[in-house]
Design a protein around this ligand. Structure first.
Ligand code: NAP
Length: 294
């Protein structure tokens, strides 16, 4: 492989260590332990895995985390009442409602109920709106997109004036990443399922962020030589040689792209660990906001 590997695992590890030190410092100064509340509605197995990982990560850095679960048939009012209770709880600095919510619940309305100061996932419509406006700053930036930007920073690539292509326009990854890249003065092309000549557009990219959810979709000959490739995708593909019967791959054909790109993230071990590290950073920031030190 010719491309430099962008080691998200190691970068995330050092961020987690920084958060741990800051939490320890807070405690030595008599400041409150940062507290994160998670809310799961229903029994989506992937959501359970993600939330469990988030609690474990909190525990490792000394952040208090409290899980709340509601049944899949919970009513809108029940979910929003829980969020309001958490808004009012001084031990809780950050609230994370694990998405997606079961069909029938109004996700936007739930996200709107979260106090802006506790919106550590950064999905409150006002935080997203601020992200989209020139000269305005959200209180919190969504974790995965923020993690993508941290990885880019670590490569040393100059974002200003760079041609960046974002593959995917979802609310949780593609669109916020695009907005962050625009804020960093990159020239951004957003691609989606109706985009024509995807390979041609991607070949112009100095920076490619792939968040499409299709295993190994982006081929090596779509990549501009020397480009920086950030692969957000996490996809299971069958693999009978492994005991668990599957392996995880990204949205980019790693072997092929690794021969052409200047730097690339692996899957797993690229963006994934950054998402959790950024959530910890956001929770610490929420605790500082509550102290009056934003
Ligand atoms: P999503 O909501 O399904 O969005 C996928 C996007 O890709 C959509 O904008 C869709 O276009 C576009 N798309 C679908 N097929 C396409 C095609 N053939 N050509 C071009 N664009 C196409 O997915 P997501 O939630 O953003 O997640 C994307 C991937 O990132 C998934 O693999 C997910 O597991 C992973 N992920 C990882 C993390 C992490 O922490 N590492 C966090 C979140 C997500 P339309 O808008 O036109 O439908």
């Amino acid at each position: 492989m010719r491309a430099k590997l962008i080691d998200g695992k190691a970068i995330a590890e050092s961020l987690r260590e920084e958060v741990k030190q800051s939490v320890d410092e807070r405690l030595s100064k008599g400041l409150p332990v940062p507290g994160l509340a998670t809310v799961i509605v229903g029994d989506n197995p992937a959501s359970r895995v993600y939330v469990r990982m988030k609690h474990k990560a909190c525990e490792e850095v000394g952040i208090l985390s409290i899980g709340h679960e509601l049944p899949a048939n919970a009513k809108q009012a029940q979910v929003e009442d829980l969020v309001r209770k958490l808004n009012a709880d001084p031990k809780i600095h950050g609230i994370l409602v694990q998405l997606p919510l079961p069909a029938g619940l109004d996700e936007e309305s739930v996200l709107n109920t979260i106090s802006l100061q506790k919106d550590v996932d950064g999905f409150h419509p006002i935080n997203i709106g601020r992200l989209a406006q020139k000269g305005r700053e959200p209180l919190f930036v969504p974790a995965t997109p923020s993690g993508v930007m941290t990885l880019l920073e670590h490569t040393g690539v100059k974002l200003e004036g760079a041609n960046a292509v974002v593959l995917g326009r979802s609310n949780i990854v593609g669109m916020p990443v695009s907005l962050l890249l625009v804020s960093a003065n990159a020239t951004v092309t957003i691609c989606h399922s109706r985009t024509k000549d995807l390979p041609g557009i991607i070949r112009e990219a100095d920076i490619l962020v792939a968040a499409v959810g299709i295993p190994e979709y982006v081929k090596g000959d779509w990549i501009k030589p020397g480009a920086i490739v950030i692969d957000v995708g996490v996809n299971r593909v069958e693999d009978d040689t492994l005991k668990r019967g599957y392996r995880l791959v990204g949205d980019v054909d790693f072997e092929e792209a690794g021969e052409v790109a200047g730097a690339i993230t692996p899957v797993p071990g690229g963006v994934g660990p950054m998402t959790i590290a950024t959530l910890l950073q956001n929770t610490l920031r929420a605790a500082r906001l509550a102290d009056g030190n934003g």
